[in-house]
Design a protein around this ligand. Structure first.
Ligand SMILES: Cc1cc2nc3c(=O)[nH]c(=O)nc-3n(C[C@H](O)[C@H](O)[C@H](O)COP(=O)(O)OP(=O)(O)OC[C@H]3O[C@@H](n4cnc5c(N)ncnc54)[C@H](O)[C@@H]3O)c2cc1C
Length: 466
């Protein structure tokens, strides 16, 4: 088992001390170098401090029995940080973070539910046009790499690889955008001319330029979540109940059988939970085609994204080779049973995925589908947040409407970038829960005022008292 040497560094806006693993080596993956380093994406700018006047007085409520609804990337990372990164906030409120008892409710097993189980695992900070980075890029990447490093101590196999990612310029405008981007971020991006693309990637479309994201990584998301769960279990303060929660009010309360704190991390299923249909998420199912090349020589070494992606099996799970090609964007998809997003696959799904993906994949890698056998699909539903001027920013907030002895929090809207954003926001959310202070969550993420409506009976009682 790997035992990383730990040292203390400061990363978040409030200068909270957290421990980060020193750079750590894991066995090489079959085709990608898997050396892990926190400093791979070292921040170039100083972190912004939150002015003291912006930090509100904490709530009276102190968390003790915490329920997390949904154990995907959002829920699992929140659990990890509640267990491990909240000591200083608990101490300030005269209790110990080791008093926290956590229960994750999820009908699926760790690493097998929701969009997280279908994620291709691509980790990089750039927008599709490459000229900008997405919201909170460096804090997010560092937090993800840190958490993967922690989880690595509970896994024998590498959980992350650094093969880089290639993005092809399929038209002139893209070429110009990539040229500007390579000039702007020379440490991270390399512009490749058409002859270089042809030499290095002969199986891809020819006569196009490309940009290479030198530091981009791929996370084996299901294996990472399973390892993170094993790590959380070491605390002996957490349990997993394979059970769906359809109404938060059934588990939130002050009696001994209830939870005083509930954190809702059910991804695309959130609008189906009683009282939460108003959460402004746009749902979009994504399917991947799982391909097996017929010829051994037809090998993809480097993940490619150009509208769609083609990602080789860097972690060597499948005998022979597997390529994950995706993903569809199905905005009109209606799920009969939203808890089982990844399980409902049938020929109709594969046909739909093939119909949507065949041409765009051909534009990237001509003949890819013809040279492979489609041996299945995987799917998940993205929960897309409302777009802001800074792009897609996930939703993390405290829900109003609970009494003063309980609290309810929501973490969703990770959209298409959950691997990137989950760990940073989970840490901030865990701090906010234990400090009883929503303002520890980045202001952009808590921009929405959402409530958990009281039941009709409680509403009547509240009105009488009011
Ligand atoms: C095909 C595809 C490819 C993707 N590729 C990438 C990528 O390469 N890089 C990237 O950064 N992001 C990617 N994403 C996005 C990423 O997967 C999501 O942003 C992320 O997984 C969302 O995590 P989550 O925890 O919020 O939700 P989910 O992963 O959906 O987790 C929700 C959990 O809640 C459980 N649940 C549902 N209903 C209930 C209930 N009523 N009670 C209790 N539990 C419940 C589910 O079983 C599930 O485990 C991809 C998404 C898809 C669909």
């Amino acid at each position: 088992m790997l035992r990383p040497h730990l040292r203390s560094v400061t990363t978040d806006g409030l200068n909270a001390p957290i421990t980060f693993a020193a750079p750590l080596s894991v066995p090489s993956t079959r085709r990608g170098a898997a050396s892990l380093s926190l400093h791979h994406f070292a921040p170039k700018t100083k972190n912004r401090r939150v002015p003291r006047s912006n930090v509100a007085a904490p709530d009276e409520h102190r968390p003790n029995r915490v329920a997390i609804i949904g154990g995907g990337l959002a829920g699992m990372a929140t659990a990890y940080h509640l267990l491990n990164s909240t000591a200083r906030y608990a101490k300030k409120r005269a209790f110990s973070h080791t008093d926290l008892r956590l229960t994750i409710f999820d009908p699926a097993e760790p690493g097998s539910g929701g969009a997280s189980a279908a994620a291709a695992g691509l980790l990089h900070p750039f927008t599709p046009r490459m000229k900008k980075r997405v919201w909170a890029p460096l804090k997010s990447i560092n937090a993800t790499v840190h958490l993967v490093e922690q989880a690595q101590s509970c896994s024998q196999q590498p959980l992350i690889a650094y093969p880089g990612i290639l993005r092809l310029a399929l038209h002139e405008k893209q070429h110009n955008d990539f040229r500007i981007a390579a000039h702007r971020f020379p440490d991270e991006l390399e512009l490749l001319q058409p002859n270089q693309v042809a030499d290095r990637f002969p199986h891809l479309i020819q006569n196009v330029s490309a940009i290479f994201l030198k530091k981009a990584a791929v996370v084996d998301t299901p294996a990472y979540l399973q390892a993170l769960w094993r790590l959380c279990q070491q605390s002996e303060r957490i349990e997993w109940r394979r059970q769906a929660v359809h109404d938060v009010r059934h588990i939130l309360g002050n009696d001994t059988a209830s939870f005083d704190t509930v954190v809702i991390c059910a991804g695309a299923a959130i609008p189906t939970i009683e009282g939460l249909s108003h959460v402004p998420l746009r749902l979009c199912r994504g399917q991947n085609l799982l391909l097996k090349p017929r010829e051994q020589s037809y090998a993809h070494e480097t993940p490619v994204i150009s509208g769609k992606y083609v990602v080789p099996d860097l972690f060597g799970h499948t005998p022979g080779q597997q390529i994950v090609a995706g993903a569809t964007f199905e905005y009109d998809y209606q799920e009969d049973n939203p808890e089982t997003f990844t399980q409902h696959l049938c020929k109709r799904d594969t046909d739909r995925a093939l119909a949507e993906l065949k041409q765009p994949l051909h534009d990237i890698a001509p003949g890819l589908i013809d040279k492979c056998t489609v041996h299945g699909t995987s799917s998940g539903t993205r929960a897309l947040p409302p777009r802001s001027a800074d792009g897609s920013i996930p939703i993390v907030c405290k829900l109003s409407g609970t009494d003063r002895n309980t609290s309810c929090w929501l973490f969703s809207g990770l959209g298409s970038r959950g691997v990137l954003h989950h760990a940073y926001l989970a840490r901030m959310l865990a701090h906010a829960i234990v400090a009883g202070n929503e303002r520890l969550i980045p202001v952009d993420a808590r921009r929405l005022q959402l409530s958990l409506p009281l039941s009709e009976v409680e509403r009547t009682v509240a009105a009488c008292h009011g």
